[in-house]
Structures are given as C-alpha cells and as structure tokens.
Write a protein that binds this ligand. Structure first.
Ligand SMILES: *Cc1c(COP(=O)(O)O)cnc(C)c1O
Length: 378
C-alpha cells in the first residue's frame, strides 16, 4: 500500500527512545552477553531500517527477522553484523542466504539434506542456528534421534557453519514459571546431545531478560522491550515488574478533517450503532481499519485537542468518528495512540479494547500510515 503523505495521519517514532531502551538493556546484560535487535514485521510497525540503524549505533551486535526478505532488506540498506532469520526458509534459498551472509534457522534433518544439495552445487557455506522446539510447539528439533543424526550430519560438513543453537519460550512473560522451567529442562537435555560447539547458545526474548529469568543466554533476542513495551501481555492484566526501564517509542496522530452538529435521532456510521439523543458535535478522523485502526476501537477514548473523546459508530475502512464535547475546529490535533502508559489510549489499553496484545496493534498499523522519525541523540 502507498503511504498517504497528503493526509494528516502518521505514526511518530521516537528513535531516541529506541536508543535508550537498547542502552538500558545493555547495562542489564552480563559482560559476555550480546543484544540482537528483533526488527521483524517492519520493526513491530516502527520501521525496520530506522530502528535497525539506531539499535546498531546503540550497541546491538546482531539482528533477528522473520523472513529472508526482511533480512535482504537490512543488507540492501547496508546493515553489517549477523542477521538471523527466525522462521523456516525454503531450502532452495540457502545459497542466496549464504551469499548475503544471512544466518538461517534449521529445525529438521530433511531441511539440512535438501539445503546441502543446493549448497554443494554452488560450493557455498551457510551459517545456521539449530532451532529447538522445547515446548512452544512451533518449529525446531524436538526428537532426540533426529537431533543426534543432524549433529552427525553437521560434523565437519563443508556446507554449514553452526553459528547458534536456540529455543523460544512460550510463557516467559507469565508469573507462573512452571512451564518455563519445563522448557529450560528440555532445552538443556537437547544441548547435552550436541557434540559440535555452536558459537552462541541463546534462549532469551525480552521477557526472559527483563524479568531476570535464571537462564544463560549468549544472545538476548530483544524485541518488544526495545520498543519500550512490557511484554507481559495478556489482555487486561497487570504488567510484571521490568528490571529495565522502558520508554515507549510510538504515537499515532491525526487531525479532525470534518466537524458537524447532529440532532436527536441522527445516526453515526454503518449499521447506526450510535444514535444521538440530543444536539451533539461529531468530528471525523481520516483513519480506519485499512490503516490497522480496527472496528473494535469503537468506544475507545482518544485525545482530541486536550480532551478525551469516545469513538462513536463503527470504524469505517478509511475514517472514524468521535463525539466532541463542543464545537472544535477542523485541523484540531488527534492522538489515537499515546506513548504515556497512564493514558486511556496507551497502546496496551488500545489492545485491551481489541481483546488482543500490543504486539498485534503495533504490527497491524499499515503501510498507508507514513512513519515520521524523531532522531536519536548519540
Ligand atoms: C519474535 C521473537 C523474539 C522477540 O520476542 P519479544 O517478546 O518481542 O522480545 C525472540 N525470539 C523469537 C524466536 C521470536 O520469534
């Protein structure tokens, strides 16, 4: 989708907050630990290249993405440093990844065998991280025999360099740590089966690191917390206490593009889910679900000028309406998502309203919204 630059609606990203979040986390790490910035999904909607460059200057020594294309984009923009693709890439792209010095996640022996046929014919060597499914149920080795065979296969193999071995936790953000501990045990068991020595053994995501889970991790794969958001995220719950201070980096702003008075009995929006019972002022904002501003935002209080006003009527594809306390001029500033954790329109409250998590709200903000950056101060 083309960014709408001739419309007063934008995502504002404070790169100095990203810098601070990275630097604060670096102080939280042990001397021998590295921070790899997770910039998948356009850096959780914040803009991959700007965030990656900021994280790099702030001390990140590697990057994680979800797809090979995201990795290629970082390389195209000249990001040096290791880049790990966390998802499974079809074997036929192993040579391309190797040419661009991109590391891939491997979760099965058959992947290795197929990838080798491509790598051998091109005489290439690919960096890989062995993904272990220790209980997430997503990707990675989970059976002992297959993992032992993969270990044999990789021993002195000219086409693969085993750069890492890792796993991913499904409940590191929960106060109940029993399943987390179960995963640690399974991961350690798999680690003991390995005779080759990867450079990095890593398990930490944001949650495991900022909640100080007792695990060793050579790399912290730092995602949501780098954007200043606390990962403990079930809708409507209270955040667990972070050991690292977090500064949210994103706001979503717009302006009223139309203001009018309606009278008793008059409806607002598709399906007439709101109907005035008196004379009222309605403002229209040029943002809708095609921007990632979902229909579930009906009823949310957002800031118009200095006042919090509820969204009334269904959110349309490209516009939505707010109930104003009085007449306000066209052009009045609107803040749809605040970076203030106390505000009713902080991203976590927005997520609560959609019965989801802030990760999803940030990622779904579409490419139609231009990203506008405040530079970091180094
Ligand atoms: C997305 C992802 C991360 C980052 O998780 P956060 O909760 O955002 O820190 C780390 N590791 C893997 C495998 C991931 O998929």
């Amino acid at each position: 989708m083309i960014p709408a630059i001739h419309r007063p609606a934008q995502i504002n990203v404070d790169l100095d907050a990203i810098r601070q979040n990275v630097q604060n986390e670096m102080k939280n790490l042990d001397q021998d630990q590295q921070l790899w910035a997770v910039v998948k999904a356009n850096a959780y909607g914040h803009g991959a290249i700007a965030v990656a460059n900021t994280a790099l200057r702030a001390g990140a020594t590697g990057f994680c993405v979800a797809t090979l294309d995201e990795a290629l984009e970082l390389r195209r923009y000249g990001i040096p440093k290791p880049i790990l693709v966390l998802g499974i890439v079809p074997e036929k792209w192993a040579v391309l990844a190797s040419q661009k010095d991109i590391s891939l996640t491997v979760g099965s022996l058959s992947w290795l065998e197929k990838a080798q046929s491509y790598l051998t014919s091109e005489n290439s060597k690919l960096k890989i991280h062995l993904g272990i499914d220790s209980g997430m149920g997503r990707i990675g080795f989970s059976e002992d025999d297959e993992f032992v065979k993969a270990n044999e296969f990789l021993k002195d193999n000219p086409n693969f360099e085993v750069e890492g071995m890792f796993t991913h936790f499904s409940k590191a953000d929960s106060a109940d740590t029993s399943y987390f501990e179960y995963q640690v045990k399974r991961f350690n068991h798999m680690k003991d089966l390995l005779t080759i020595k990867p450079k990095y053994i890593h398990v930490d995501n944001s949650a495991a690191s900022i909640f100080k889970r007792p695990v060793k991790s050579d790399i912290v794969r730092y995602g949501i917390a780098m954007y200043g958001l606390n990962p403990s995220s079930a809708p409507n719950n209270k955040d667990l206490a972070s050991q690292v201070s977090l500064k949210p980096a994103m706001t979503f702003t717009s302006e009223l593009t139309f203001v009018k008075q309606i009278h008793s009995g008059y409806g607002v929006g598709y399906g007439v889910t709101y109907q005035a019972d008196s004379d009222q002022w309605i403002g229209t904002i040029p943002v809708g679900y095609a921007d990632g501003w979902q229909r579930s935002m009906q009823g949310l209080e957002i800031k118009v000028g200095d006042t919090y006003c509820p969204i009334v009527g269904r959110v349309c594809m490209d516009q939505c309406m707010v109930l104003l306390p009085k007449e306000m001029p066209v052009g009045t500033k609107v803040e749809l998502i605040s970076d203030n954790p106390q505000a009713p329109n902080f991203i976590k409250r927005v997520a609560d309203r959609a019965n989801t998590i802030h990760y999803e709200i940030a990622c779904l903000l579409s490419d139609r919204l231009p990203r506008v950056y405040k530079e970091a101060k180094f």
